[in-house]
Design a protein around this ligand. Structure first.
Ligand SMILES: [Fe+2]
Ligand SMILES: [Fe+2]
Length: 475
């Protein structure tokens, strides 16, 4: 049985489906945060001036037809607070409170943990907008430019989602954290974003597609664990964010598809791997970008073993990916699993309590999902009759967090010494030359229906529009 929240209220300054008008104090607090958000957007959001962009805006949170499409001036986008519908009979699905009703308020004993989880998630949302700030200057087509801005406005909305929770449920501390989310900046020396991958630059469109494939996908898995939370407002917020997130991953998946297709086309046309001179991105460069973005995204899953995460699970704060489909007791007080470590120059497995290995569990789900993209890209290569294949590197490759940090693991999983590692790096990770070459291809193509040399046009446009539609009006 579901209680319908229905459509979103667009009459106030902040669109929402949480009856903000019924809580004046909260409404005023959020209305005073709003101009700070807009100032941050103006300073750190998309740098390219545009008249308007063909964007989707949420109009309801229901399953069918939830979005409206139309040309909108970016600063006038209606960022708001949208939670999935509430199920009155929802019960906690795991941990020591399993079977009890979910919480509509934050229990005092879990306040600081929940606040931390929300702040860390919230910090990634504006970070990616900052990382992508300059990409508008070099979009390969108007269609791609529109997708970039769609991702940007929705990451901005995800920030709103987390700020709402902080304001509504965490009092003064929450309001202070909401301010701080606008003060840290990606790559800043003094006040960087919390997680490493969100301080890496996204310098070009190949990096953007890899980021939306690999790093937004990390977001999908983190949100997937929070949508299981016993704290119902968090669960419902993340559930709706996941709906938006699907588009970001579509941008990444089809973006890389199109680069691979163009690369394969040029390889076949000119019968050579060396397609750089024909304006294409060689497969080796694609592989190195893939290796980099996959490995830094794996770091976002944290250490393979974590007692903090075990406590989050036991206390009902954060579940597993698709918790309700797991065929076990959802408590995990007993049971072990193999966790890999590196010892004496070898990767070995150590029996570890299931509860303590939940980060590895999530990372394993993520890796399987990432593999489906690689399979898809290899199918494109095969369709063009190209023999080479892209590969997902070993999860120990190029890691800065967890069991593999401080070790040197080749993409095939071999443990290396410093000399072997140094010799391999130029084949495994993007070099300065790779980055400079990709940068040289990044010339904007803003004529409707045209596309840059290094990428194929998309198979479909947006919302049933053709590829040649004028998705963005520049100033
Ligand atoms: Fe997001
Ligand atoms: Fe995203």
């Amino acid at each position: 049985m579901r209680q319908t929240v229905g459509t979103i209220d667009y009459t106030g300054r902040i669109p929402n489906n949480v009856d903000l008008a019924g809580d004046r104090r909260l409404q005023r607090a959020l209305e005073s945060w709003q101009p700070k958000f807009l100032a941050w957007w103006a300073e750190m959001g998309p740098a390219l001036p545009t008249r308007d962009v063909y964007l989707r805006t949420a109009v309801s949170v229901g399953r069918e037809g939830w979005a409206h499409f139309g040309h909108v001036a970016l600063p006038e986008y209606r960022w708001g607070i949208f939670l999935s519908e509430r199920s009155p009979d929802r019960a906690i699905g795991f941990g020591r409170h399993k079977g009890e009703p979910v919480w509509q308020q934050v229990p005092g004993e879990h306040r600081s943990d929940l606040q931390r989880l929300i702040v860390v998630q919230g910090d990634t949302e504006p970070a990616s907008v900052e990382q992508q700030r300059h990409l508008g200057a070099t979009a390969p087509s108007l269609y791609d430019l529109r997708n970039l801005f769609q991702v940007n406005v929705e990451e901005g909305r995800h920030l709103w989602a987390m700020v709402y929770l902080l304001h509504a449920y965490f009092g003064r501390d929450g309001r202070e954290e909401a301010e701080a989310l606008l003060l840290r900046n990606s790559g800043s020396e003094d006040a960087p974003r919390i997680l490493g991958a969100f301080n890496e630059p996204t310098p070009d469109w190949l990096a953007f597609f890899m980021f939306t494939y690999f790093t937004d996908r990390d977001g999908k898995y983190q949100l997937g664990t929070l949508k299981e939370s016993a704290f119902d407002p968090l669960a419902r917020t993340c559930d709706f964010m996941l709906k938006e997130e699907a588009h970001h991953m579509m941008v990444g998946t089809t973006g890389v598809d199109r680069v691979v297709a163009r690369t394969a086309e040029l390889m076949r046309e000119h019968d050579t791997d060396d397609i750089a001179r024909y304006g294409g991105i060689p497969l080796g460069v694609l592989q190195r970008y893939l290796n980099f973005h996959y490995s830094v995204s794996l770091d976002l899953f944290g250490s393979e073993t974590s007692t903090n995460v075990a406590n989050y699970f036991t206390n009902g704060l954060k579940g597993r990916w698709q918790e309700d489909r797991r065929k076990d007791d959802h408590v995990l007080a007993e049971g072990h699993t193999a966790v890999e470590t590196v010892a004496d120059g070898r990767i070995t497995a150590v029996e570890t309590p299931l509860l303590v290995a939940l980060n590895q569990d999530l990372r394993t789900e993520y890796t399987a999902d990432c593999g489906s993209g690689v399979t898809r890209w290899n199918r494109i290569l095969a369709e063009y009759g190209i023999g080479e294949r892209l590969l997902l590197p070993h999860h120990g490759f190029n890691r800065a967090v967890g069991a593999y940090a401080g070790h040197r693991i080749a993409p095939d999983g071999t443990v290396l010494d410093a000399e072997q590692w140094a010799a391999g790096v130029p084949q495994w990770l993007p070099s300065d030359d790779d980055m400079a070459f990709v940068a040289s291809l990044m010339q904007p193509v803003y004529e409707p229906g045209r596309v840059a040399s290094w990428i194929a046009p998309p198979k479909q446009g947006i919302d049933g529009r053709p590829f040649a539609y004028e998705y963005v009006h520049l100033v």
